[in-house]
Design a protein around this ligand. Structure first.
Ligand SMILES: [Zn+2]
Ligand SMILES: [Zn+2]
Ligand SMILES: [Zn+2]
Ligand SMILES: [Zn+2]
Ligand SMILES: [Zn+2]
Ligand SMILES: [Zn+2]
Length: 460
């Protein structure tokens, strides 16, 4: 329509204004035309009219403008009868005489509005031209004025909600609180209507992290010289999630030295050089300052005794063993003793104390050269009646064999020999005496043999 008017208007106006003075004579009416603002459109119909002429004025907007209205200065309002189309002003001049009129066509600048798609919550609009002065809207293709609400406005779509189910978080995976998600605008809401939007990431339950650890367990013990290893597992996920297992070194303990001083060896006990030993691992080094490792304890062998010469402590006797002793030069408490065997008696030739007769035996008394208190009474057999008194000498030679035949004769033990040396004169009851002596000798001999036997056993 508007485009049509732009074509027709000049023709119409040309036809009308060809004969402006045909109607009446009498006065003139000069009509000036202009557009406002400058360059906003073309105006037609200006010129000199006679009183009573019908005046048609046309206005055609330039691109980017739309016609708003005409204003004619010095024209009574009742002269305007109507407007043809929207941009043609038509009025009569029958009440006007000799006046100058100025007609102004007002155009409004249009603003191009791009197509704006609606969103879930925001309405959109089709492409159009908008006049911010009067609010009129125009289609961009036909320049037809349109109704904004009906032809331009596009309603908001509304959300396309999907229910998102909630689930709890784990050590490493976020959980989610139940909410609604709009797939159109990618926004989240607590309610299906979309009245309560989720603030930020409030729908996310952050992963709690590995918080509850089982106690550290030693996997490898630390030693003096090497690190150990301990490890632990997350109580909640038991290492089913990444990072649910941790390990860390246990520092090596280092040696714990105990210093052992030099110890001198003894006669029978080992000594040692000074050294240091680790109470943990048993490593042995020369010293804490010199860490040269030793294969074992630096032992010093026992020195052995340094014996002095044997000293007689108790001298042996004829019948009793003696004792001799030696002492260690290194340690006087080390003493060794040994037995010195008894020497045995060393009998002399003996002297005849009682001469033998034909009826009684005699006695020869021997004394020990070692100890004269030791005596041995050797019996002398009775004399043979047929033998001469000179045989006594042979009888007297017996004592030489006597001691050897009876070396252990115990009569030596005592000095109490019962044989009297002097022999009294006749009349003495010799048979009785001799019988008594023989009996006594027999008893003494028996006892002596027993004692000698026992002593032999003791000696051996
Ligand atoms: Zn306007
Ligand atoms: Zn939405
Ligand atoms: Zn965990
Ligand atoms: Zn150690
Ligand atoms: Zn010793
Ligand atoms: Zn003796």
């Amino acid at each position: 329509m508007k485009r049509l008017s732009r074509l027709l208007l000049p023709l119409v106006l040309a036809a009308v204004t060809l004969f402006p003075h045909q109607a009446l004579a009498g006065g003139y009416v000069n009509v000036g035309v202009r557009e406002s603002p400058n360059g906003s459109g073309a105006v037609y119909g200006g010129g000199s009219y006679a009183t009573g002429d019908e005046v048609y004025l046309g206005a055609s907007p330039a691109n980017g403008y739309h016609f708003s209205h005409w204003e004619v200065e010095n024209l009574d309002t009742h002269e305007i009868i109507y407007t043809l189309y929207e941009s043609i002003a038509h009025f009569s001049t029958e009440h006007l005489t000799d006046v100058d009129l100025l007609a102004t066509a007002y155009f409004h600048e249009l603003t191009h509005i791009e197509l704006n798609y609606p969103t879930c919550t925001e309405p959109g609009n089709r492409e159009y031209y908008c006049c911010y002065e009067c609010g009129a809207c125009f289609r961009p293709d036909t320049w037809e004025e349109v109704d904004y609400d009906k032809d331009i406005f596009i309603e908001a779509y509304g959300h396309d909600m999907t229910l998102v189910y909630g689930y709890p978080c784990t050590c490493t995976i976020d959980g989610v609180r139940e909410h609604y998600h709009c797939t159109e605008c990618d926004r989240r809401f607590w309610d299906e209507e979309g009245d309560y939007p989720v603030n930020g990431s409030d729908h996310v339950i952050p992963a709690r992290g590995h918080q509850n650890w089982r106690p550290w367990q030693t996997a490898t013990e630390a030693t003096c010289t090497s690190e150990g290893l301990e490890e632990r597992y997350c109580f909640d996920c038991d290492n089913t999630e990444p990072g649910g297992y941790e390990r860390r070194p246990i520092p090596k303990t280092g040696h714990s030295w105990r210093e052992v001083a030099y110890k001198a060896p003894t006669c029978t006990g080992k000594g040692n050089e000074a050294y240091a030993i680790c109470t943990r691992c048993g490593t042995i080094v020369e010293s804490v300052s010199n860490m040269r490792t030793l294969g074992g304890i630096p032992e010093l062998p026992a020195s052995g005794h340094d014996w002095g010469s044997w000293q007689v402590t108790t001298a042996p006797t004829c019948i009793q063993n003696g004792v001799e002793t030696r002492t260690c030069e290194n340690n006087s408490s080390h003493v060794e003793t040994r037995t010195i065997p008894a020497t045995g008696h060393d009998w002399d030739e003996g002297t005849v104390a009682v001469e033998p007769t034909e009826t009684s035996a005699g006695v020869r008394v021997h004394r020990c050269k070692n100890d004269p208190t030791h005596t041995w009474n050797e019996p002398i057999p009775k004399l043979d009646k047929k033998t001469d008194p000179s045989d006594r000498d042979t009888g007297g030679s017996n004592p030489s064999t006597g001691p050897s035949s009876t070396p252990g004769n115990p009569t030596a033990n005592t000095g109490t020999t019962t044989v009297p040396e002097p022999i009294d004169g006749p009349g003495f009851p010799w048979p009785l005496v001799i019988a008594g002596v023989i009996g006594a000798l027999a008893v003494i001999g028996l006892v002596g043999m027993l004692v000698a036997k026992k002593q032999k056993e003791a000696d051996s």
